[in-house]
Write a protein that binds this ligand. Structure first.
Ligand code: COA
Length: 332
């Protein structure tokens, strides 16, 4: 067996579709208001993909941006991982294979979707890390991409105001001595929370039928309060677990990039961990919850803004349907 390699994030990219839907726009289609959405969630607007645009298209745009930054030819990618809960098609072809073709990655290169809802970004990053660390692959593309607006019930104000569309991407490669490095991860799942956040229709239990359509079972259903409680506990626990695993302290971390589901969840996690609010990224105001894309968009944004730089420790922490949770600690 070959020796385990250190793995770095060589480049990141993000893409959101140009069309913006503000809270005011939502007031016209559902019984809600800007003030409620802002104060209860922190969201001001979200980006919305045009009809017929799938998650692969957003993911390809984000990947191109990441690869351009590294001046890296898509032809040299040797594995594609796509985290998504809104694949182009239920159930196949997988979205990663569509990305392979559209991005110009050569046929033969493996392409796999990762399904862990909002935790998909960290699950995919973990998987990509192992692929490179094993020595089996050298240039792994990790994408988190969602067209959340394709699975919303626009009559349900409890959920339709929360989500947006977008994608983030990163290129993983072996790291030389002294370069940045992915340090470790924590992953978890608790299936007992499955009913609290789900899309009930369209799968093998409730195949699409006139009845599932009539009952609007193809949109997200959620018990918001229970999900909120799980989210705070899960993200605080996951943060502590990955820090312990890597033998580091929260104070060592320059920026925590939490899943963007609700600004009040981020606030509660910072309070629970007794860490300053400024140590946590919040960009939910602009994007809403883009599920598997939030932390990848966030990481690309803070690198671009210079809020974090080479050598800094960054911690991604997520939770999502399943329930699932996870955290990754990275030295940039
Ligand atoms: N606009 C206006 N009023 C709304 C509304 C909306 N979009 N959505 C709910 N309300 C109303 C409710 O009907 C309720 O009214 P009532 O008091 O007359 O019954 C009131 O606002 C409070 O609702 P509640 O559900 O208690 O609000 P909340 O403070 O718990 O916030 C969430 C609701 C969904 C924002 C919050 O629970 C949450 O963020 N949960 C986690 C969601 C999440 O993370 N999901 C994704 C996981 S990846």
């Amino acid at each position: 067996m070959s020796e385990r390699k250190k793995v770095k994030i060589t480049a990141t990219g993000r893409y959101v579709p140009p069309k913006v839907m503000t809270n005011k726009d939502l007031e016209k289609i559902v019984d809600t208001n800007d003030e409620w959405i802002r104060t209860r969630t922190g969201i001001q607007q979200r980006h919305v993909a045009e009809k017929g645009v799938g998650s692969s298209a957003l993911g390809v745009e984000a990947a191109r941006k990441a690869l351009d930054k590294a001046a890296f030819d898509p032809k040299d990618i040797d594995f594609i991982l796509v985290a998504t809960g809104t694949p182009d098609y239920y159930s196949f072809p997988n979205t990663a294979s569509i990305v392979q073709k559209e991005l110009g990655v050569p046929p033969g290169v493996p392409a796999m979707d990762v399904s862990a809802a909002c935790s998909g970004s960290v699950y995919a990053l973990y998987t990509g890390h192992q692929l490179v660390a094993s020595g089996d692959y050298k240039n792994v593309l990790v994408i988190g991409t969602e067209v959340m607006t394709s699975i919303l019930n626009w009559d349900d104000r409890d959920t339709c105001v929360l989500f947006g569309d977008g994608a983030g991407a990163m290129l993983l490669q072996p790291a030389a001595e002294g370069e940045g490095e992915i340090l470790g991860h924590h992953l978890g799942a608790d299936g007992s929370g499955g009913d609290l956040l789900m899309v009930p229709g369209g799968g093998s239990r409730n195949p699409t039928s006139a009845e599932t359509l009539e009952k609007k079972l193809h949109g997200i259903t959620m018990q918001g309060t229970q999900v909120f409680k799980y989210a705070v506990k899960a993200m605080a626990d996951s943060t502590l677990k990955v820090l312990k695993k890597c033998n580091l302290q929260a104070e060592d971390v320059k920026l925590i990039i939490p899943h963007q589901a609700n600004d009040r969840i981020i606030e509660a996690v910072s309070r629970q961990l007794k860490l300053p609010r400024e140590q946590f990224l919040s960009n939910i105001a602009k994007y809403g919850n883009t599920m598997a894309a939030t932390t990848l968009i966030g990481l690309d944004e803070v690198i671009e803004q210079g809020r974090v730089e080479k050598g800094d420790l960054v911690l991604l922490v997520v939770f999502g349907a399943g329930f699932t949770t996870g955290a990754s600690l990275i030295r940039l």
